[in-house]
Ligand binder design. Structure first.
Ligand SMILES: Cc1ncc(COP(=O)(O)O)c(C=O)c1O
Length: 353
C-alpha cells in the first residue's frame, strides 16, 4: 500500500491554502499583489500576479504530449526539486533509507544527504543494468525509495524495461525512474505510460535536455494520483512561475523542431563514436542512448585538464564507482564537435609524447 509508505506527518499535513486556491478571477485584492503592476512587462503575462498553484495549463500541455492523464502529472522547479520532494514525502530523516545503483546521477545521494536519509548503494552490472536479485538483502528490502536513471547518467544506457517491471513488482517501496535523457533513446524505451499499472512507479522527466530549456527550470513527474496529490500538498504554493509556464506552453507547439534537434544530436553522437577511435586508438566508448558519450581513456585526468587549458570543458567521471579513467563528453553542435576532435587530437599527441 502506497499510503503506508508516506511519512506520518505528511499524511496528516494540512497544506497551506493560497489565495489562488480559493479564487482565480475577479477583482483580485486577496493576495497582497501589486495592482499597479510591474515596471517590467512581458506581453500577455500578468507578472504582478502569482502563478497558478495547480499548474493546470502545464499539466494539460504535458498530458497532450505524453498521453499521461493530467491528474497523474506534477511539475517541479527542475526535476531536482521533484527528487527532493519525494525524499521528503517518503523518508523519515535519520531513520529511513533509499537505494541507488552506482554509477549514476550524483544528485540522488546529495538530496538524500541533505534530508539526512541513508543510502544503500548497490552496483550496476558490468553492462550497467540493475540486478533485481541484489534487492534480496534485509537492508535493501527496508528501503523506502529506489532510484533508477534511464538512460543512465553518466553511463548513457537505457535500463531494460523488463528489469524495471520486475523491480516495481518485487520492491515494496517507491521506484523512481529518472528519464531526463529519454528523448535521445530509441522509441519505446520509456516506462511513463506504465504509471497507471504500477502504483509504486514514479517517472521523472525534464525540459532541460532534449527541449533545450535548462535555464527556465522545469521538470515533471508522472505517478499515481495519491503520489501527485501528496506532491501538491508539500510543494511551496507557487513553484512554477509565469515566465517558465509561458515558455513551456510555447515550446510544446514546436515539438517538430525539437524532434529535429534530437535527430541532429543523435547523428552527431554517431559521428563522434566513429571519429573518436581514429584519434585515440584503443579507447573504449560505451553505448549511449543519451546526448553524451562515456569514454575510457588511458590518462583521463591529464586529457581533461589539457583540454580545459585550451578552453574545452568535458566532465571527469573517473572518481565514480567502476568508472576509472572515464570522461563524459556532451554532444555539441557539428562545429563544436569538430573543434573538440581537433583539439583532442593535439592533446593526445602531447600526452603520449
Ligand atoms: C539524470 C538527471 N536527472 C535530472 C537532472 C536535473 O534535471 P533538471 O534540470 O530538470 O533539474 C539531470 C541533470 O543533469 C540529470 O542528469
Amino acid at each position: 500500500m502506497i499510503a503506508e509508505l508516506i511519512r506520518e506527518n505528511i499524511k496528516n499535513l494540512k497544506p497551506y491554502t493560497s489565495a489562488r486556491d480559493l479564487y482565480s478571477g475577479g477583482l483580485l485584492l486577496d493576495a497582497n499583489e501589486n495592482s499597479f503592476g510591474s515596471v517590467v512587462s512581458r506581453e500577455g503575462l500578468a507578472l504582478n500576479r502569482y502563478p497558478d498553484p495547480h499548474q493546470k495549463r502545464l499539466r494539460q500541455a504535458v498530458s497532450n504530449l505524453t498521453g499521461v492523464p493530467e491528474n497523474l502529472l506534477f511539475f517541479g522547479v527542475g526535476s531536482d526539486e521533484i527528487i527532493d520532494l519525494l525524499l521528503r514525502i517518503f523518508c523519515e530523516p535519520g531513520k529511513d533509507t533509499v537505494i541507488i545503483f552506482e554509477p549514476t546521477y550524483g544528485m540522488y545521494r546529495v538530496a538524500a544527504d541533505i534530508n539526512n536519509v541513508a543510502v544503500v548503494e548497490l552496483p550496476l552490472s558490468t553492462v550497467f543494468q540493475p540486478e533485481p536479485a541484489l534487492l534480496g538483502t534485509d537492508a535493501a528490502a527496508e528501503a523506502k525509495l529506489l532510484f533508477l536513471c534511464s538512460p543512465n547518467n553518466p553511463t548513457g544506457n537505457v535500463i531494460d524495461k523488463k528489469i524495471i517491471g520486475a523491480i516495481c513488482k518485487d520492491f515494496a517501496g517507491i521506484v523512481v525512474v529518472d528519464e531526463a535523457y529519454i528523448d535521445f533513446a530509441p522509441e519505446g524505451s520509456s516506462v511513463i505510460n506504465e504509471v497507471g499499472n504500477m502504483p509504486n512507479l514514479v517517472v521523472i522527466r525534464t525540459f532541460s535536455k532534449a527541449w533545450g530549456l535548462a535555464g527556465i527550470r522545469a521538470g515533471y513527474c508522472a505517478a499515481t494520483e495519491l503520489i501527485t496529490e501528496t506532491l501538491f500538498k508539500v510543494k511551496a504554493p507557487y513553484t512554477m512561475n509565469v515566465l517558465t509556464e509561458s515558455v513551456i506552453l510555447e515550446a510544446v507547439t514546436q515539438s517538430e523542431a525539437v524532434r529535429g534537434n534530437i535527430t541532429a544530436i543523435q547523428n552527431e553522437r554517431t559521428r563522434m563514436r566513429k571519429e573518436l577511435p581514429d584519434i585515440i586508438p584503443g579507447i573504449i566508448i560505451y553505448p549511449s542512448d543519451a546526448n553524451f558519450l562515456l569514454v575510457r581513456f588511458n590518462n583521463a585526468a591529464t586529457v581533461q585538464q589539457r583540454l580545459a587549458e585550451k578552453g574545452i570543458i568535458i566532465r571527469d567521471r573517473s572518481s565514480q564507482k567502476g568508472l576509472a579513467d572515464c570522461l563524459r563528453i556532451t554532444i555539441g553542435t557539428p562545429e563544436e564537435n569538430t573543434i573538440l576532435l581537433q583539439t583532442l587530437a593535439g592533446v593526445i599527441k602531447e600526452v603520449t609524447l
